[in-house]
Design a protein around this ligand. Structure first.
Ligand SMILES: C[S@@+](CC[C@H](N)C(=O)[O-])C[C@H]1O[C@@H](n2cnc3c(N)ncnc32)[C@H](O)[C@@H]1O
Length: 272
């Protein structure tokens, strides 16, 4: 181990303790790159210098946390994935359960993903002549980043957040506000926003019918990814669906429990 590695370990241990995040599960390269950005911004030449800077500047910890939790997201992100889900797997799952879908958006950032799911199911309910089934939908929206969760709970977004969203969804399920658009209360009521650290906490419910964890595991090291995938597989109801991000692939033991439904869109299903 080089002196630099020893300093890096000292820094990440202190950061984990101060932030409450388990930094050791993140990919080393990813962590070093993000910390380097903050070090440059603070003029710190070494990890120890940066640690000293953190001790003197309380705000820097928040800025670093922001840099580590990459919160980029938008409504209907990667439209082809949502289109593929809407084309078959999701309506089938929803009908089998007569609308009583339990959904988990794991790593939901500011909420665009869970509200996208709510809009899709709301549209499905209306088009199927079962608008009353919408009330049976329950969506757990979780993330480790408190600031993002506050935005998710408010459910209000700037117009740019909807750029990829089918326009009919936007007009039907959001209302105009002075600064942008807010998701309608009947959809906001279905989304339960909760802080949950995937690195150290268990899912909120024993079983889900749809788990979306997109563009989150990419930042974790392989052992953490495998643990998480096994946890997702174990918390899916028979016939339940898992959706990962476009560049994420199922690894480890979970592959024996889940069948790939759509290779490009990373949609998996647990045997019924
Ligand atoms: C790029 S966003 C993905 C948002 C959304 N799923 C999407 O695909 O548009 C990644 C999110 O993962 C969250 N995250 C990172 N580490 C996490 C952890 N240990 N537990 C829960 N969420 C975490 C970040 O806070 C961030 O909001």
């Amino acid at each position: 181990m080089t002196d630099r590695d020893v300093e890096f370990e000292r820094l990440t241990r202190r950061l984990s303790a101060a932030s409450g995040m388990s930094l050791e599960v993140y990919k080393d390269k990813c962590l070093r790159r993000r910390i380097a950005v903050r070090m440059r911004a603070c003029g710190a030449a070494s990890y120890d210098e940066y640690l000293a800077f953190l001790d003197r500047n309380a705000d820097e910890l928040h800025r670093l946390q922001d840099a580590l939790t990459i919160n980029v997201t938008r409504f209907y992100r990667n439209p082809e994935t949502w289109d593929a889900l809407r084309a078959g797997p999701l309506p089938a799952c929803w009908r089998e359960r007569e609308g009583a879908l339990r959904v988990w958006s794991a790593g939901c950032a500011s909420g665009e993903e869970p509200y996208t799911i709510a809009m899709i199911v709301a549209e499905l309910a209306e088009q199927s002549g079962r608008p009353d089934w919408l009330r049976r939908l329950e969506i757990d929206a979780t993330d480790v980043d408190r600031a993002s969760l506050e935005r998710a709970a408010a459910g209000e977004y700037r117009a740019e957040a909807f750029q990829e969203t089918p326009p009919a969804f936007v007009t039907r399920w959001t209302v105009e506000t002075p600064t942008g658009r807010q998701v309608r209360p009947e959809l906001r009521r279905l989304v339960h926003v909760t802080r949950l650290d995937l690195a150290r906490e268990q899912p909120l419910r024993p079983l889900y019918d749809l788990i979306c964890c997109r563009n989150v595991v990419i930042y974790f090291d392989r052992p953490m990814q495998e643990r998480l995938f096994e946890s997702f597989a174990g918390h899916l109801s028979p016939g339940g669906l898992l959706v990962l991000g476009k560049v994420e692939t199922l690894l480890g033991g979970a592959r024996d429990q889940l069948t790939m439904l759509d290779t490009r869109e990373r949609i998996y299903r647990r045997a019924a």
